[in-house]
Write a protein that binds this ligand. Sequence first.
Ligand code: AMP
Length: 281
Amino acid sequence: MKKPMVVATILEELRSERSLLSEPVGFVPTMGYLHDGHLSLIRRAVEECVSVVVSIFVNPTQFGPKEDLATYPRDIEGDLRKLESMGVNLVWIPTSEVMYPGGYQTWVDVETLTLPLEGKLRPGHFRGVTTVVVKLFNGVLPGKAYFGQKDAQQVAVIRQMTRDLNIPTEIVVCPIIREPDGLAMSSRNAYLDPDQRKAAAVLFLALTNAKDAYGKGERNGENLRVLVREMIVAESLAEIQYVSCADFGTLQELDTLTGKTLLSIAVFFGKTRLIDNIVLV
Ligand code: AMP
């Protein structure tokens, strides 16, 4: 009979339970409040790996001082029920004190790739992300780790970091899971009131509209940015933070599209900041 799922909250427990797992071990880091986007990553890990570890940690170091750390939605009981039913072996739920004890002073910083987009608007965000991912990897020692294309720059930054630091974990990227109206699933969607939730469908419509234009031959970066902007601006509840049409590898803005391209956006609905993207190939 399969061993019941184990929940570890201190590092010693994680290490000893991890040492009992059969290889290969797959790992899905999350901040919890699990939705079908998270579950798609976990399902893929269960398919591809003999053992699966999931972490739930709302990492304070990746939130800015004016961001939503205090209100970030949490539902540990509900999350554990979902993870158990999916056949996850080990759940790592550290506290902030376990991850960042007094006297903590070491950070992982990826340089150029973190400068535009999310990195520009959320100073320090990626330093928090890369640091916590290395700490999680060092506890879980995964053969494969699963991330969502929803956070496109995060994926690029983590790939760069694993290459640069010779981290022996394969990074697997999974597609964006969407609601029936196209809104990318996100724990933060829970903040939207009914009008904002309805209005937020404009994000995917705007991205797909630009993708259609690309399909018809549009290769001018600014024209594609304008197409996306115009559609979102028409939605009065939306406030654009950025619309980017950038090289998929470098994340630098493009005048002319020549290869794989990332069209990405950050848009506020009230105080809720949503991101989404689509890849043009
Ligand atoms: P989070 O809990 O927001 O840190 O997300 C944990 C992981 O789930 C990250 O790798 C995200 O990119 C991924 N993820 C979040 N939302 C989605 C989604 N709608 N589709 C696919 N992956 C997602």
